[in-house]
Design a protein around this ligand. Structure first.
Ligand SMILES: NC(=O)c1ccc[n+]([C@@H]2O[C@H](COP(=O)([O-])OP(=O)(O)OC[C@H]3O[C@@H](n4cnc5c(N)ncnc54)[C@H](OP(=O)(O)O)[C@@H]3O)[C@@H](O)[C@H]2O)c1
Length: 229
């Protein structure tokens, strides 16, 4: 499923999300109750194939994003001549992220890239953080040029985007998503949960997907789609 196009000037982008059967991205306002150890193992397996993991600032604020991979997968990557963990990239316009969140705290993934429209620095100016400043359109960061820079300047060929829904919306709107990895979790979240796996302004047009594969692990349906080009 991770098949970068050697002729492309940007990395391959997969989106990995977990959703309830009624399509919601959170349960009780968090993703934690939707996921499971099996889904986490799948998440780690997908991360282990990626050069970079991309997440929105709100997801980092709520989920922390400290360690990306367990020891065994880090060892496996090192044996393949890769960096032990993929590069963590955080999208943030405001740069308002608490310096105590796991990603920014001492021991968090380094180097860490912040993709932003701001010319500022994160609170506390944590060491080991690099900034890529991008252009904006209608107040939103544009990702096409940022992704090209990730490839050209950081050698990133495969990006696994783990949301959240707002960031996913931007990537779909710009036509930058190549594949969707969706875990369907056996819950109905109900109308009390508002977020689905794609949020933000309406898409310019619906995105047609091509079904690729399905699996099942302890009640979690693992669905794989490619974006029709
Ligand atoms: N079900 C799942 O698999 C899953 C996965 C991930 C997250 N979640 C859940 O989703 C929730 C968070 O999602 P969310 O949609 O609210 O937020 P999000 O996409 O994680 O982050 C949104 C933030 O990212 C930055 N950002 C994203 N796109 C941008 C753009 N085009 N231009 C500028 N900045 C941009 C902005 O940061 P600033 O605010 O810093 O400017 C924006 O406020 C959490 O509850 C999390 O647990 C669920």
């Amino acid at each position: 499923m991770f098949e970068p196009d050697p002729g492309s000037d940007r990395p391959f982008v997969g989106i990995n999300m977990v959703a309830s059967v009624d399509g919601k991205a959170t349960l009780g306002g968090r993703v934690g109750a939707l996921t499971s150890p099996d889904d986490q193992a799948e998440l780690h397996a997908l991360r282990a194939e990626a050069d970079a993991v991309l997440v929105g600032a709100s997801t980092v604020r709520s989920e922390g994003y400290g360690r990306l991979l367990p020891d065994d997968l880090q060892e496996e990557r090192a044996a393949r001549g890769l960096r032990r963990e993929p590069l963590l990239c955080i999208a943030s316009a405001s740069l308002r992220i608490d310096p105590d969140v796991d990603a920014l705290a001492d021991g968090g993934p380094r180097p860490l890239l912040v993709l932003t429209s701001s010319d500022g620095r994160l609170p506390g100016d944590p060491p080991g953080v690099e900034y890529i400043q991008g252009d904006t359109r209608e107040g939103r960061l544009e990702f096409a040029s940022l992704l090209r820079r990730l490839k050209a300047e950081h050698g990133v060929e495969k990006v696994m985007c783990e949301g959240g829904p707002t960031l996913n919306g931007t990537l779909f709107a710009e036509g930058l998503v190549d594949a969707v990895f969706l875990t369907m979790s056996p819950w109905v979240a109900g109308a009390g949960e508002s977020l689905t796996i794609v949020a933000g302004p309406p898409l310019p047009e619906p995105v047609r997907l091509r079904f690729v594969a399905a699996g099942e692990v302890n009640g979690m349906a693992l669905l794989r789609y490619r974006v029709e080009s």
